[in-house]
Design a protein around this ligand. Structure first.
Ligand code: DX5
Ligand code: ZN
Length: 218
């Protein structure tokens, strides 16, 4: 199983976004997590296509695009054209989730499905075989810097079991409240891709990323 750190640019300095992302990439982060929020699905607005397009010129790292927007199917092609390598859709945001998944695949992109903390794993039952990754939200989406919800430990464990039972080599990403102190525990629960926003970008980015990678690899 491959273990990946995906720093979330939501906590970066948007006036120095290119530099901040390069620092995280140079320190060894494998992916870059890009949070798109529309002020409707979540109570915050973040960034959109122009920012992703500009950032695409700065790094070759995998762009892990987390769509927290209503009816994401409306914009799939534009996100792919902007530079997304992996697009994650929220199960709660698409009336026709199965169709939206097919749209991402048809656009030549890897696809993930995310679940809010209150959404049960059974939402994945009929689509799990269709997707590359599940993103388990371990905070309620919308903001960086919130505390990890401990009840999500069991959800991650149950999802790994569900994937194993189906013989799927599923990527399980965890997003929200990930720090160097809990990343080892989250890995032990069965996750293999770790998003970190405030723990990566607040303060010394290089030192933070190295610390997170070290704790992840232990
Ligand atoms: C929250 C976003 C996260 C956020 C995580 O809605 O999806 O990616 O940046 O921030 P931290 O790591 O600070 O909890
Ligand atoms: Zn995110």
């Amino acid at each position: 199983m491959e273990y990946i750190l995906s720093p979330s640019i939501l906590s970066a300095d948007f006036a120095r976004l290119g530099e901040d992302v390069k620092k995280a990439a140079d320190a060894g982060a494998q992916w870059i997590h890009i949070d798109v929020m529309d002020g409707a699905f979540v109570p915050n607005i973040s960034l959109g296509f122009p920012v992703i397009k500009s950032l695409r010129k700065e790094t070759d790292k995998v762009f892990d695009v987390h769509l927290m927007i209503e009816e994401p199917g409306r914009y799939i092609e534009e996100f792919v054209e902007s530079g997304a390598d992996l697009i994650t859709l929220h199960a709660e945001s698409a009336k026709h989730l199965h169709r939206a998944i097919q749209q991402v695949k048809a656009a030549g992109c890897k696809v993930g499905v995310s679940l809010n903390p209150a959404t049960p794993l059974c939402a994945l039952e009929h689509i799990l075989d269709e997707i590359d990754m599940v993103l388990i939200m371990t905070v309620n989406p919308g903001y960086g810097g919130q505390a990890y919800i401990d009840a999500m430990d069991q959800k991650i464990r149950n999802l790994r079991k569900m994937a194993d039972e189906r013989g799927l080599d599923l990527d399980i990403e965890v997003d929200g409240g990930v720090t160097a102190d809990n990343i080892g525990h989250i890995k032990e629960c069965g996750a293999n891709i770790f998003v970190a926003g405030s723990a990566a970008f607040n303060g010394d980015i290089e030192a933070n990323v190295k610390k997170l990678l070290k704790a992840m690899e232990e």
